[in-house]
Ligand binder design. Structure first.
Ligand code: NI
Length: 256
């Protein structure tokens, strides 16, 4: 089997003791490629370092909406420099988080920083990895208005089927994570069943979002196979088939 974990955070301190073992376990499970995403300048720097250290690892660099208020204009330059590294395959994760941010001025700032990083992605000819939590309307509106000619993914998708279809119309992929395996997952299985296979990506968001049967524990890239298995079950496809097309999608989006 040949799987890609298209979204994780192996720079997290939860992996500081056993990163090499985690990467090995992923390979043993057929997860041959892993894309790590930064959320600040420091972590963006770190994910590039990790990608240089291990075969099959890649990086996305960018400022997460929860960190947007710390971003300086001069940080753009630093992101551009980081993106020059051949391991960098995306700008991300970027986007909007209205779950954690209730203040309207700060939400406005999130939108500005999101748009600025979409412009950076255009300049750098890179796709974007979008974090959208309880901000589906504004996210889609910004993508429609600002992201012409840019490809990307709505990572850890949590919107409705309508939002998913709108994103797909814009050429965006839908990233599916551990919650698809949860017993109380209702909307997501329907979305996964309905959308065209050419727009599905699998991811773990490690160390978060651990799928059943490891729910509540530290997540790691090897567990992306549980997400693939669940997708296969929901769509009535074989695991091999799901592995094949999600890997092809990842290769297509991220040029890996
Ligand atoms: Ni993430």
């Amino acid at each position: 089997m040949n799987l890609v974990d298209t979204h994780c955070h192996l720079d997290d301190e939860k992996f500081s003791e056993d990163l090499a073992e985690v990467v090995n376990r992923a390979r043993e499970s057929g997860v041959n490629r892993i894309i790590n995403f930064g959320d600040r300048l420091a972590t963006s720097n770190r994910v590039v370092e990790i990608a240089r250290e291990f075969d099959g690892l890649f990086a996305g660099v960018g400022i997460h909406p929860e960190e947007a208020f710390q971003m300086q204009k001069s940080d753009d330059e630093r992101i551009i420099q980081l993106a020059e590294d051949s391991h960098v395959v995306a700008i991300g994760e970027i986007g909007l988080d209205y779950y954690w941010e209730k203040d309207s001025d700060r939400r406005k700032l999130q939108r500005e920083i999101f748009i600025r990083q979409i412009d950076l992605a255009r300049q750098l000819h890179l796709p974007i990895c979008v974090h959208d939590r309880e901000a589906h309307g504004d996210t889609i509106e910004i993508l429609k208005r600002e992201a012409h000619g840019i490809r990307g993914v709505l990572h850890c998708f949590s919107g409705s089927l309508e939002i998913a279809m709108e994103a797909i119309k814009l050429g965006f992929f839908i990233g599916v994570d551990g919650p698809i395996t949860f017993k109380n997952s209702k909307k997501l299985p329907e979305i996964v069943r309905e959308i065209p296979r050419d727009f599905l990506l699998i991811e773990t968001d490690s160390p978060y979002m651990s799928p059943t049967p490891n729910r509540g524990k530290r997540n790691e890239p090897a567990f992306v196979k549980f997400v693939a298995e669940k997708i296969a079950e929901i769509r009535g496809e074989s695991l091999d088939e799901v592995a094949r097309y999600t890997t092809r999608n990842a290769e297509d989006l991220y040029s890996i």
